[in-house]
Design a protein around this ligand. Sequence first.
Ligand code: ZN
Length: 412
Amino acid sequence: MMSGARGNSARVLSRSFSSHRLVAKYVALDASRILVPGLIEWDANGRIVALRRARSAQAREALDVAVLPGLVNAHAHLQIDALPAAERRFLPWVGAVMKAREGVTTAAHRRQAKQSMRELLQSGTTAIGEIDSTGNTTAALRTLPMAGRCYREVTGFHLMQREARHLVRERMPDATTSMLPGLSPHAPYSVSPDLMRAAAAATRNLAIHCAEVPEEQQFLRQGTGAFANLLHRLGRMPKDFVAPGCGAVRWLERLGVLRVGTQLVHCQELERGDAGRIAAAGATIAVCPGTIDYFGRTPPPVAQWLRRGIPVALGTDSRASNRGLSMRQELARAAELWPELRLEELFAMATVCGGKALNGPFGSLRRGRRADFVVVPASGSWSETLAGFVRDETPLMAVVLAGVAHRQAARR
Ligand SMILES: [Zn+2]
């Protein structure tokens, strides 16, 4: 049952949405700068035109709510559905995902992408780092203008020179959607050096699965093990293949792709010196708590990485290694996996760090940016409000995407 006060504030809230102006007890520009009370105003195009502390006359109309930047899901595969049967070992899991995707129609990919976006929006996500392996995400964006970056996936351990450049030219995404364009050379074990270099030459914005499992490091160091077997089976192992003889991060550094704009996903198996290399290069890391849980992995040392100045973002990954797609659930899981992190750090992972990982204007509220934000009840002090949000204890009253409110308490 909705309380009378809550119902009343929902009505006032919808009036605020129609007038494109909200005065709130708290308006968080990002994890550390809070306007108390704050005012946010946006135009008909969904751009923020005013963002400041409310003056005393306005302060009297402040609603008992908090306005926070929309969440950034830095790593997702929107088109991938849950597996028919859970598989917790990584290599068989890769095979199961490949098998499940055989014969999926274009229409089904689009439907799944749209459904995933809706689900993410419901959980307060307004920007996504999408790994699009079929080119079908763009169509889904026409109905829901999510922000973020759409990384078109490229794979091919067998592709050399011209073939590699050709694939990259063919896959470079359209720059005219609500998402910014990028490329995702899948992983060091599935992408040839030529393909990695061709992708890096085509765009600054790369997302790469990196150092996810010990078998990946073994393959790169010695050229043996499960990934070597898999590549042989798929007929993708070049005859003249010589293992790089180093781990994934050093290999990416040698290929020239460890740099600003590159997002490394997972980083479960970093070696000594890797975190320093990533920090010095200005690259970012995305971790996926749901995937860590699913495979029963040890949580990586996120606090150490943050201390080194590496932006560490959060992602849901796909339904194939997660229960549902909810960034609030991801945030609550992160709080459990890394209890040493402060609330502000956790919130930054789901917002500002996500913006850095996507190399775009996401994860904080600024004048001139898109009005992408969430509204939650203000429960006591700012710290209490933030704690309730991070631990997924307070409800979302609204998610505002490009100035349009998508979910309001009055309709629940
Ligand atoms: Zn992934």
